[in-house]
Design a protein around this ligand. Structure first.
Ligand SMILES: [Zn+2]
Length: 481
């Protein structure tokens, strides 16, 4: 029906009706009922003439060039706790700049890594502005504010202010190819995005990044609602209902940390406690958070941090203040709770990239390649690695108390037949050909073996005492199994 034929009164009623619709179309995208390809909020945009986002609305927001300058200025000003790098380029070749914040930003450490991603949707620019404020706040308050210091010293925080710079310039939802990036990831139920050749460069950059960096948790920032959204995002039969992932309780906790620390998110009338399961709100497929959890072992939230998708720039300082403690507490919760530790091979004493899981929860968290370190938001009870016997334990967690739990796994004898992954400190010690025995040299072999056995016992004792020392001086409460 052509809108121009509608009578003014009916138009007004229609507008009111649309304005009272849930804001779902504005946020993660949902089944956008508008016919324009889903570039915006149905309620606000249907009756507007193009361009929907006026020059006046854009005033006060950083352009992409200004954002790039701000990122590099930050890198220079705060070079002691940051490094700037790019994870790829957008369709229109704009670099996807990331700021890493840590007291040792150029080093790998056995610490959890967290990522914040802003501006996934081009017409939701609040995240990119808020994330630059977060970076600057951490830099300004490091060694002055205990929370800032805690975060900088114990986490590697990676901030990608704009995942979709082209969409921002075009002032629409998708990227330059008009693709919604939060629908472009491989999906667990449907194979629509499985063709890697059709993957958007921005999506591919994120996927490569997640494989590279071993993130413990993350959050992407959106606008159009005020709620912390957690997996799953979709259901197998596309039905709209609550569909929790194996770590549902942990995700609820993470989402609540955000909403409860927010100025008014938890007071929401639409979302109980200011949090929601994605599929319960409205199912989406090909979303970023489910992919992160399934393929990256990364616990990702989708945060809707502003009721309005593109508010006036004058509101940005208030929106930042409303979200500041939420962001800081979410980061601090990684350090203050959960279990952190490393996995070692008993025979070599070297860290190994095994994995940990919680009994009864069908999800694994991998340990890092360099240090064999793992960071689980709750207690793991089984550590495993091909070629080693699994070990399990029970530990008691206290509230707001992190636990350090190292595993030393015994080889199960099958390791020689398989190629072990190499960690950065180790080597492929393929020494099964070192002792080729001739019958006449049997006595020499026996002598060598007994000598090696003695050395091994001595080495093992020394290793045990070294590990014990490490545990005693570990800052967190350690448990060894
Ligand atoms: Zn969005």
């Amino acid at each position: 029906m052509a809108i121009s034929r509608l009578q003014p009164l009916f138009l007004l009623l229609l507008l009111r009706a649309f304005t009272s619709l849930p804001t779902q179309a504005a946020a993660r995208g949902g089944q956008d009922p508008s016919e324009d390809g889903g570039h915006g909020s149905f309620s606000r945009n249907l009756l507007e003439d193009k361009p929907r986002i006026t020059e006046e609305m854009a005033r006060g927001y950083m352009s992409n060039a200004e954002l790039e300058t701000a990122i590099h200025a930050f890198g220079s000003r705060c070079s002691n706790i940051s490094r700037v790098y790019s994870i790829g380029k957008s369709v229109n070749h704009f670099p996807l700049w990331v700021i890493e914040i840590s007291d040792k930003p150029r080093e790998r450490e056995a610490e959890p890594a967290f990522k914040f991603i802003g501006n996934v949707h081009g017409d939701e620019p609040v995240g990119r502005e808020v994330l630059m404020r977060l970076a600057n706040w951490l830099c300004d308050n490091y060694l002055k504010d205990p929370l800032a210091t805690l975060i900088v010293e114990n986490i590697h925080l990676h901030i990608l202010p704009a995942m979709n710079p082209d969409g921002f310039t075009l002032r629409w939802r998708g990227n330059a190819n008009n693709i919604d990036l939060n629908r472009d990831f491989p999906d667990q139920f449907f194979s629509v995005n499985n063709d890697v050749n059709h993957r958007q460069p921005e999506t591919k950059a994120i996927m490569d990044w997640v494989k590279q960096e071993h993130f413990t948790a993350s959050a992407s920032l959106h606008g159009g609602a005020l709620v912390a959204n957690y997996p799953w995002d979709g259901t197998r039969d596309t039905g709209k209902r609550y569909y929790g992932c194996p770590d549902d309780k942990i995700f609820k906790h993470m989402a609540s940390v955000y909403s409860q620390s927010h100025y008014n998110m938890s007071l929401s009338k639409e979302f109980e406690g200011g949090i929601t399961n994605g599929a319960f709100w409205y199912p989406i497929y090909g979303g970023m958070q489910d992919w992160n959890y399934i393929h990256g072992g990364c616990f990702e939230l989708t945060l809707e941090i502003s009721d309005t998708k593109w508010p006036k720039a004058a509101e940005l300082p208030v929106i930042w203040e409303h979200n500041r403690m939420s962001m800081l507490n979410l980061l601090a919760s990684l350090i203050k709770s959960g279990v952190h530790g490393r996995i070692f091979a008993a025979d070599t004493g070297r860290p190994i990239p095994g994995s940990v899981m919680i009994m009864g929860i069908d999800s694994k968290v991998s340990a890092g390649r360099t240090f064999g370190d793992y960071h689980r938001i709750v207690a793991p009870v089984v550590a495993s690695m091909r070629g080693f016997r699994s070990k399990s334990t029970r530990i008691v967690l206290e509230q707001d108390q992190a636990v350090s739990l190292d595993f030393i796994l015994d080889p199960d004898g099958t390791r020689e037949q398989m190629k072990l992954p190499q960690n950065d400190w180790g080597c492929h010690c393929n020494n099964h050909k070192l002792f080729h025995i001739h019958e006449s040299h049997l006595w020499m072999y026996l002598l060598t073996m007994s000598l090696l056995l003695t050395l091994y016992v001595l080495f093992k004792r020394k290793m045990a005492s070294r590990l014990l020392t490490y545990r005693i001086y570990s800052p967190r409460r350690p448990v060894a199994v």
